[in-house]
Design a protein around this ligand. Structure first.
Ligand code: FE2
Length: 328
């Protein structure tokens, strides 16, 4: 195999000449011009294309990377053979992916949105959390972009004071039912208008709707917030155009996000969904699982309100979380 760097002293070498040289060693048959060329690499056909590209990855040292690339090429080529895109359509696809990348910044993740609306995020989550008995997982979503501030149990994550007051409480348990004291719960949610803090930097204080809590000695946690609203995923980028072109709505049912961790246990990324929320049956990112739909109960009891530092009626949601031990 020629190292192009070593040819520099021979003067300019065209790409064509280099490609020719790379092909020769694999050849066994001579053509009419006296050249010995690999049939696979020089006679590109629809039938051999995938095998040719896969062969080019044969020396990939990392076996998992080789497996991923082989399968990716196999499926992408099958898609292209199946749909036979025109050149214009191929260019449009490149432009779409380019725009998706260009829409990303520190607080906007358009590629996660793309993965979400295609159901890929949920498929990956579900494959990686085939749990028996543990709390079900769901998508991370694109708004976990700000570090949640540490808060004490019972604190509120609502820094604005509008919306319907709500208490969320529960316990973090291991699969055998034993409590997990010191479990960490990272929670984040949209406000009562359906916006995350990062979407309204001029309206909401930073870290509104976010908190990092530590469960107490018996694995219990509780915090105050407001009942979240359903909301549309951002539609001002290429994913919005995709939804528009396909006449899909962009809405997600009301939910609160959680990432729960505890030593010796698998981290859980999930939500609780507000039972009865609009769009509970047509989430734009396919993230609803029945076990994660929770009743938010109205409580009008001054004694209970006082216990949580509230006055007047409020809503309450219970959410016990079961984590799977690592390695099980
Ligand atoms: Fe969300």
């Amino acid at each position: 195999m020629i190292n192009p760097d070593k040819l520099h002293h021979l003067g300019p070498v065209s790409n064509v000449a280099l490609r020719e040289h790379h092909r020769r060693p694999v050849a066994s048959a001579a053509d009419g011009l006296g050249h010995t060329l690999s049939a696979m690499a020089t006679d590109f056909t629809e039938e051999t294309a995938a095998d040719t590209v896969i062969e080019s990855f044969a020396k990939t040292p990392d076996p998992r990377l080789r497996e991923l690339l082989n399968s990716l090429v196999r499926h992408l080529h099958a898609f292209v053979r199946d749909t036979e895109p025109t050149i214009a359509e191929w260019e449009q696809a490149i432009e779409f992916l380019t725009a998706t990348g260009q829409k990303c910044d520190d607080e906007r993740q358009e590629f996660i949105l793309l993965s979400d609306v295609l159901g890929i995020s949920m498929l990956v989550e579900t494959i990686n959390n085939r749990t028996g008995g543990a709390t079900e997982s769901t998508v991370l979503g694109p708004f976990h972009v700000v570090k949640s501030p540490r808060r004490e149990l019972g604190d509120t994550i609502d820094l604005v004071g509008t919306g319907t007051p709500c208490v969320v409480r529960g316990r973090v348990l291991s699969a055998d039912g034993s409590p997990l004291p010191g479990a960490e719960l990272d929670v984040w949610q949209a406000n009562d208008q359906g916006f995350y803090d990062v979407q309204q930097p001029d309206v909401q204080p930073r870290a509104n709707g976010r908190g990092l809590f530590t469960a107490d000695a018996d694995g219990s946690f509780w915090f105050r917030t407001i009942v979240p609203s359903y909301y549309p995923i951002p539609t001002d980028g290429p994913i919005g155009s995709l939804l528009n072109a396909t006449e899909r709505h962009p809405f997600r049912p009301a939910h609160i996000h959680f990432i729960v961790t505890a030593p010796g246990h698998r981290a859980l990324t999930t939500h609780i969904f507000v039972a009865g929320s609009p769009y509970i049956e047509s989430d734009a990112v396919f993230a609803v699982k029945k076990s994660l739909i929770k009743e938010f109960i109205s409580v009008d009891d001054p004694e209970q309100a006082a216990r949580y530092g509230l006055t007047g009626a409020f809503w309450m949601a219970d959410f016990d979380i079961v984590l799977e031990p690592s390695g099980s």
